[in-house]
Design a protein around this ligand. Structure first.
Ligand code: DLL
Length: 432
């Protein structure tokens, strides 16, 4: 099912013309409405009049997550706060969150993009869909929700965290679709199996994303649940879920290129990559009003093709993600940077700056253990005292990361010191 044939199936030439017209307008818009961009363009010696078509995009400077952090919270917004109708946020590289704001039109475009994704997964008016991404500051829940409403499905806003209720309602309501992270869906399939409910479900499609997953996990989800699973991609800075999604042919994720212009760059040389070559994905938001972004570096590694897909869509497709340029981890769908742990531990007097994060996957749910070395003057055999310090650290970490971690206090000097770049993460999750 194609949701918006005129946009998803236009010729490459028509798309380029549309992107060019939108880029010219965008550059003028940010130059006059966002001081950060005006200064950045002036420093790079580029004026809005230098941008005449999409081919001129390489003249423009890049934007990074640090730029958002440095302008926290609303510094990159292009409209007054009175025009912003929704805020979301995701983890920043240190204590500060990355805050994104949407105008009413931004929300309309977002739900249109997510609706296109659901259409790729053949989910429509006839369906009952459980949205099991987290609702709240994370874009997953509300983003998927509004797209599902737009296509007219019956939406069940489950959010995360109660697998028993989710499986019971899946059976009782006869849910035909689910949107959640792939690891959570594998966990759900185990719960269904354990409860002997696998043959009672009516599920036919899953729209999974927000974290990396492999072709093997994709196949396992499909065969365990006897459904079709689709890969949905997005990031809060650019919009949220629905920037791209794969279709029935699973030959890459179609980007909604009329709204998000993609580039793939070599992050060492900053030069463009050829189609098929792996590099860092960069997006320019062509229509966003609240938080328009020019050449935003996603840090996600992928490759691109501009060939027409067998489904009929002509939009560019990116391959399944191959990792990240930076050290961001995704734990239970939450973005976590080791630097956040470091920043949080600085405030705890009893600990040294030496720590190790051990990430694992048990029953398809991610676990995080943080080993922390105590300052020798606080290290003791007193179990009660150690427990009190662990509790204090657990609280500080919960506040900083938004997820619970098991804290293990270790002896002074027991965490291996590195000769070069410090290693702070052991990721035992086997993304098979
Ligand atoms: O994860 C938005 C989202 C919600 C996408 C629900 C899909 C479904 P952030 O929290 O800002 O936004 O995290 C964005 O997650 O840069 C990728 O590294 C990773 N990511 C998102 N989707 C996929 C995917 C949401 N399908 C970061 N495959 C991105 C691999 C993904 N990684």
């Amino acid at each position: 099912m194609i949701w918006n044939e005129t946009k998803e199936c236009m010729s490459r030439e028509e798309m380029k013309n549309l992107q060019s017209a939108r880029l010219v307008k965008l550059v003028d818009y940010v130059y006059h409405n966002v001081e950060f961009y005006r200064k950045k363009m002036q420093a790079a010696g580029v004026m809005p009049s230098d941008i005449k078509s999409i081919d001129d995009i390489t003249k423009l400077p890049f934007t990074t997550k640090d730029d958002l952090r440095d302008n926290y919270p609303f510094g990159l917004f292009a409209v007054p706060n009175s025009e912003i109708v929704r805020i979301h946020a995701s983890s920043g590289t240190t204590g500060k969150a990355t805050v994104v704001g949407y105008t009413r039109r931004d929300l309309d475009i977002w739900s249109e993009c997510v609706a296109r994704c659901f259409a790729m997964a053949n989910v429509g008016k006839q369906d009952i869909i459980q949205i099991a991404y987290g609702y709240g500051l994370f874009t997953g829940g509300l983003g998927a929700h509004s797209g599902a409403e737009k296509i007219g499905a019956m939406v069940v806003p489950m959010s995360t965290g109660n697998s028993k209720k989710l499986t019971t309602m899946m059976v009782d309501f006869g849910a035909t679709a689910i949107a959640c992270t792939p690891s959570y869906l594998l966990h759900i399939s185990e719960v269904l199996e354990k409860e002997g409910m696998l043959d009672k479900i009516k599920l036919k499609a899953a729209i999974c994303g927000a974290e990396p997953w492999t072709e093997k996990m994709h196949k396992e989800i499909e065969s365990k649940l006897n459904i079709k699973a689709y890969d949905i991609y997005g990031l809060s800075e650019v919009m949220g879920p629905g920037v791209a999604c794969d279709c029935d042919y699973h030959a890459g994720l179609h980007i909604h290129e009329d709204h998000f212009y993609p580039e793939i760059i070599n992050s060492a040389t900053m030069q463009p990559c050829q189609d098929g070559e792996t590099g860092e994905l960069v997006f320019t938001t062509l229509t966003k009003e609240g938080l328009p972004l020019i050449r935003y570096r996603t840090k996600d590694l992928t490759s691109i093709t501009h060939e027409k897909c067998e489904c009929g869509r002509t939009t560019a497709r990116i391959s399944r993600f191959k990792g990240r340029v930076d050290d961001m981890l995704i734990i239970r769908g939450v973005n976590v940077f080791p630097s956040q742990v470091e920043a949080a531990l600085v405030d705890v007097e009893e600990v040294t700056p030496h720590y190790m994060m051990i990430v694992d996957r048990v029953n398809n749910l991610d676990t995080l253990e943080i080993q922390v070395e105590l300052d020798s003057k606080y290290y003791t055999d007193e179990i009660k005292q150690i427990e009190a310090i662990s509790k204090k650290i657990a609280h500080v970490i919960q506040q900083a990361l938004g997820i619970n971690a098991k804290i293990k206090i270790v002896e002074p000097q027991s965490i291996a010191r590195s000769q070069g770049k410090a290693v702070h993460v052991i990721d035992n999750r086997k993304l098979y």
